[in-house]
Design a protein around this ligand. Sequence first.
Ligand code: ATP
Ligand code: MG
Length: 229
Amino acid sequence: MKVALVTVGDEILAGDTVNTNAAWLGRQLAERGVDVERITVVPDRVADIAAVVNEYRAAYDAVIVTGGLGPTHDDVTMEGVAAAFGTEVAEHEGAREWLAGDGYAAHDLAEGTTHLPRTADLLPNPDGVAPGCVIGSVYVLPGVPDEMKGMWGEIADEFAGEPRSRTVVEAAEPESALIDRLLSVQEQFDVSVGSYPNDVVRIKLQGDAEEVEAAAAWLRERVEAPETE
Ligand code: ATP
Ligand code: MG
């Protein structure tokens, strides 16, 4: 299963907010064996949201959009997603009933809170007011991280891929010195190999559990391990 993530928000493009939502979702999906093939950040602008959602829904099995659901003037994600489907937002009966059940009468809510793209299904927000939705293969979740995680809990089981085993071997050597061994482990074992230098080089191995274990054992014998305190 291949998925694209779309994060909506001017504040993320400006660097005011770190995109922890995409990182968190990426991790959840990877653990389920789902391939995340795109993470795109777009401004709070209907045409931009519509263009990327439209492109990605054609190219991937699912698209997860986060951010910009509230009823304030800068929250236009639902309009953007509606436009990607050639439709518009409208009052959603289910969303109103769900909020009424939570003790919110219509007159308590800001105009637009219960507007979802036409033909979308409601995704209730267990930790907030702004509802999410699913339309076709596009899932729309809130920007507030706790709310996003709560709503993800409702849909996570719809995302399934080939679970892969993975392990990390750390090496206290310059990455350039490791090139031969990285190549060799890839040739000998049926694993994918990622190399991520920082204070130490983190070598990430992914694949079938037995192969990953064998590859990790091979590497551990051949790289210099970081000192443990
Ligand atoms: P609300 O209904 O509360 O307005 P919303 O879905 O409209 O929620 P946003 O307005 O996009 O969400 O963002 C609300 C807050 O959530 C932001 O101020 C920011 O702190 C946080 N947030 C939004 N997007 C992200 C993200 N991608 N990663 C981390 N935090 C985020
Ligand atoms: Mg908002």
